[in-house]
Write a new protein. Sequence first.
Length: 140
Amino acid sequence: MAIRTTRWSPDTCTCVIDYTWDDTTSETNRVHTLSTITKCPAHIAQTDSTAYSTVLDENPRKNIALENILSSSPTTALYDTVNGTRQFKQGINVNFSWSGTAPNRVLTLTITGISLTTPQKNTLQTALNTRLGSGKVVLA
């Protein structure tokens, strides 16, 4: 058994997290244990363990939201399919920002490079609410 340490810096904040894990445990059964965390301004008021849990909610929420927009898109003008996988067309970007106080921050996504109609935005917002919960992600 070898305990490994991984340093992770999520792309949703500037926290730096070191966690440990046992490399003899299969990836599906592996447990990551917080070792240290350098908290960003958004998470500084939280305890270390709460900040870690919050980041483990926020980072996947952003990634799942982007994936959900692609999979639920009501228009092919938003994406190309490459090797069976949808990806945003060149020139289309999704910017994100957070509002509120951790651990209850709201993710706001802004799509640029395409003008979506109100019904198209509503379709995407409904899909985001269904997948992640109402009020967790807002499509601007």
